[in-house]
Design a protein around this ligand. Structure first.
Ligand code: C5P
Ligand code: MG
Length: 163
């Protein structure tokens, strides 16, 4: 019998001028602001990483990549995700990602025009079909105009039936 696990993750960053806005591994070229962050500030991939780890009680990415460590400055979030995937192989026997559902909260720019591209990029990173990546976008209704946030849930399934 298959054993499934749910995971949940969240991340937020302050937005600043002169920084690229990267979401799900994709740069949003028309954004005049981007996340002020130690890494590339990709809140969607960071929330996804925490969701994957949480499903197996493996903590969060801060444990593996402490922001206080200067070696991790400018680290691409794809590298963080790769490391998380390796931990899942070691600690959880390489579970299958059934689906991913995420919400990004950002006042501007509109992300709708990039939905398909972000979906495809995230799906490629997880080696799943784009239809298994659901993405919603919301504004903060002006309450947090210099803020970008992502919340992600994942469903994982043990390939061997689990314990
Ligand atoms: O937050 P609000 O309900 O006003 O968002 C309305 C719609 O605008 C969303 O459902 C979404 O389709 C779109 N949106 C977007 N990009 C954002 C925020 C919202 O495409 N950054
Ligand atoms: Mg609304």
């Amino acid at each position: 019998m298959d054993v499934s696990r749910i995971g949940f993750g969240e991340d937020a960053h302050r937005l600043e001028s002169g920084r690229p806005l990267v979401l799900g591994g994709l740069e949003i070229p028309e954004s005049p602001v981007g996340a002020a962050a130690h890494s590339d500030g990709d809140v969607l991939l960071h929330a996804l990483c925490d969701a994957l780890l949480s499903a197996y009680g493996l903590g969060d990415i801060g444990q593996y990549f402490p922001p206080s460590n200067p070696n991790y400055a400018g680290l691409a979030s794809q590298v963080i995700l790769q490391t998380v995937q390796e931990h899942l192989v070691d600690a959880a026997g390489d579970p299958e990602v059934v689906n991913v559902a995420g919400v990004v909260t950002l006042d501007r720019p509109k992300l709708g025009p990039h939905r398909v591209d972000i979906q495809r990029t995230v799906a490629e990173l997880l080696a799943i079909e784009p239809s298994r990546v659901g993405l919603g976008f919301k504004t903060s209704e002006g309450l947090a105009p210099r803020h970008v946030q992502a919340r992600v849930t994942v469903l994982l399934r043990d390939r061997d039936g689990g314990t």
